[in-house]
Structure formats: structure tokens, C-alpha cells
Design a binder for this molecule. Structure first.
Ligand code: C2E
Ligand code: MG
Ligand code: MG
Ligand code: MG
Length: 285
């Protein structure tokens, strides 16, 4: 009967499909072990104030080098985790690890430093995130105001009252919420107004278009004004060229992140980097 359903039959006969399913299954088994054995890693990419050059936060980004499977991109790790029921466990690991590491760095004297943690979208549909965040803060001693949760702007999420509810609970804890990859999803203006969101992160596709497409600048300045009127701050992602940085500043974008400014780095590089960065940016330092 599969023949009568073109979608189904094309799925059935799609070459390589079994391989993909097999890979996903194998990765899930390996991922479960990797989480339990602490074989995952976080790297950290700084977020800067564009005007002063001061650092505001470090974004934690997942890295997994599996002995069996090699490097697996974070997007594939997240997809596998969500598909095989490991998303909650993975998020717990990321949150706890990032909070603990930031708390250590704060103790070195950077008590103003924040950490941004990416949260996979469907975790917001479960009501469990609030207690996970609370537990991570409690166990690591990190204050809620040092934690920024990044969620991808994805329309399916925002439509339910319960996800707005969950967001409000999180904000009541005192953590900040950032909408990641902003501009690629479908948040409506009225919806955005109702969400307890503190920050918009402009997707890197807009930033890379800045130097080639005149309309990209208009879009960025529209987002900046939108954020202003909603009392949100704006961070541009994926800044690779000085020209892009200059233009973003001109357009009123306050915060930025990208290879031009700093690449993601391993946790054990962070303390030295912070020392050098403070020497570079502190006036009369
Ligand atoms: P994202 O949160 O939007 O992170 C930005 C991505 O852009 C990162 O890729 C970063 O390494 C990369 N990037 C930074 N600066 C530049 C630049 O100047 N140019 C270019 N081309 N890229 C730049 P990465 O680390 O591969 O992560 C990809 C995505 O995977 C992230 O996008 C995020 O959605 C997801 N992700 C990463 N770590 C985690 C995690 O711990 N949990 C969850 N749920 N998702 C994560
Ligand atoms: Mg992010
Ligand atoms: Mg992003
Ligand atoms: Mg992205």
C-alpha cells in the first residue's frame, strides 16, 4: 500500500535511509555513555560590547569528540538527543557544567561575567526546565542574574500558553532569556511583546549580508529599533569582518560575537584569555 502514498514510498526507497537510522541509533547509545562518563565538552565564545570592547558574557557551545564516531556537530548531537529521549539529560549536563565553570571563573575576580547557555527547543515544552535551572544554580552557587538562556526563535514553541508560562517561571527565577537566530523564525510583533524575553540575537545570515545587500542594513536597524521599544538588548552573531562590525555599531547594535572578535575556546584557555583581555580593554590598565 506504500505505493499509493508518494511520501511514504519515497521514504521507504530513499537510498541511505537505513544507514542514517542506524547511525542515529549508534550515536544515541554512544551519547548516553558520553554523558554518563563526562566525555562531552563545552567551548566558550565571548560576547562583547561593541562600543567599549568590554566582554559581557561567554556562550557555552557543545563539542563531542567520540572515539568511535569522530567529531559530531552540536546540531546533530541535539537532534539525536531529542529523537532518542536524551534531550533532558543532555541539557542538564550542559547547564550544570556551564554554571559550574562560570562560577569558578567568577571566583577568579570576574564576578560580573555571565554565561549564555543554549537550550534545545522541545525542552521548553516540558515543564522541567525550571527545576533543572534552579538545581544547577543551587548546586553551583551561581546567581540567577549571571545566567542567560538562549532559545531559538521557533514559531511552534511560542504558540502555546504553557510555553509562555514556562518562560515566565524561568524569568521569575531571575535568569535572562535570549531569542537566538532572531529573524529566521516567525515571531509576530504582538507575540514578541508578550514574551518575557530580554535579548535578541540577530542571526548571522543578516550580518554576512550587511556588506553585500543594502536591505540587510535596513533589516538590522529595524530589529534594533524593535528591541529598543521592547526594552530588549541586541547581539549580532557571526561577525567576521571589520566592515560588518563598524556597520553594526553605526546601526546601533550594542553587543556582538563572531570570529573577528574571538573564536570559541576550550575551558582551560579561558582564565588566561580573560587576563589578556582585561589588560587590553581596561582603560589605564
Ligand atoms: P548558535 O547558538 O547560534 O551558536 C552560534 C554558532 O555559530 C556556533 O556554532 C559558533 O561556533 C558559530 N560561530 C561563532 N562565530 C562565528 C562566525 O564569526 N562565523 C561563523 N560562520 N560562525 C560562527 P556551533 O558551535 O557549531 O553551534 C551550532 C548550533 O548548535 C548553535 O547555534 C546552537 O543552536 C546549537 N548548540 C551548540 N551548543 C549547544 C548546546 O549546548 N545545547 C543546545 N541545545 N544547542 C547547542
Ligand atoms: Mg546560541
Ligand atoms: Mg545563533
Ligand atoms: Mg545558529
Amino acid at each position: 500500500y506504500a505505493k499509493h502514498n508518494p511520501k511514504l514510498s519515497s521514504q521507504i526507497f530513499e537510498p541511505g535511509m537505513d544507514e542514517r537510522r542506524l547511525r542515529s541509533q549508534k550515536l544515541a547509545v554512544a551519547l548516553q555513555l558520553a554523558i554518563e562518563n563526562d566525555e562531552l565538552n563545552l567551548v566558550y565564545q565571548p560576547i562583547f560590547h561593541l562600543k567599549s570592547g568590554a566582554i559581557e558574557s561567554l556562550e557555552a557551545l557543545l563539542r563531542w569528540h567520540s572515539i568511535e564516531h569522530g567529531h559530531i556537530s552540536p546540531l546533530e548531537v541535539i537532534a539525536v538527543a531529542e529523537h532518542h529521549g536524551l534531550a533532558h539529560q543532555l541539557n542538564q549536563w550542559v547547564l550544570f557544567t556551564a554554571c559550574r565553570q562560570l562560577r569558578q571563573w567568577q571566583r577568579l575576580g570576574y564576578d560580573w561575567l555571565k554565561v549564555n547557555v543554549n537550550i534545545s527547543p522541545n525542552i521548553f515544552m516540558s515543564g522541567e526546565l525550571g527545576s533543572t535551572v534552579e538545581a544547577a544554580l543551587l548546586r553551583t552557587g551561581l546567581s540567577a542574574s549571571s545566567l542567560v538562556l538562549e532559545i531559538t526563535e521557533d514559531t511552534s514553541l511560542w504558540d502555546t500558553a504553557s510555553s509562555t508560562d514556562n518562560l515566565c517561571k524561568l524569568r521569575d527565577l531571575g535568569v535572562e532569556i535570549a531569542l537566538d537566530d532572531f529573524g529566521t523564525g516567525y515571531s509576530s510583533f504582538s507575540h514578541l511583546r508578550q514574551l518575557p524575553v530580554n535579548k535578541l540575537k540577530i542571526d548571522k545570515s543578516f550580518v554576512s549580508d550587511l556588506t553585500t545587500d543594502p536591505r540587510a542594513g535596513d533589516l538590522v536597524s529595524t530589529i534594533v529599533r524593535l528591541a529598543d521599544s521592547l526594552d530588549m538588548s541586541v547581539t549580532a552573531e557571526g561577525i567576521e569582518l571589520q566592515e560588518q562590525r563598524d556597520r553594526l555599531q553605526q546601526l546601533g547594535c550594542q553587543l556582538g560575537q563572531g570570529y573577528l572578535l574571538a573564536r570559541p575556546m576550550a575551558a582551560d584557555q579561558v582564565p588566561d584569555w580573560l587576563v589578556q583581555d582585561q589588560q587590553r580593554y581596561t582603560p589605564a590598565g
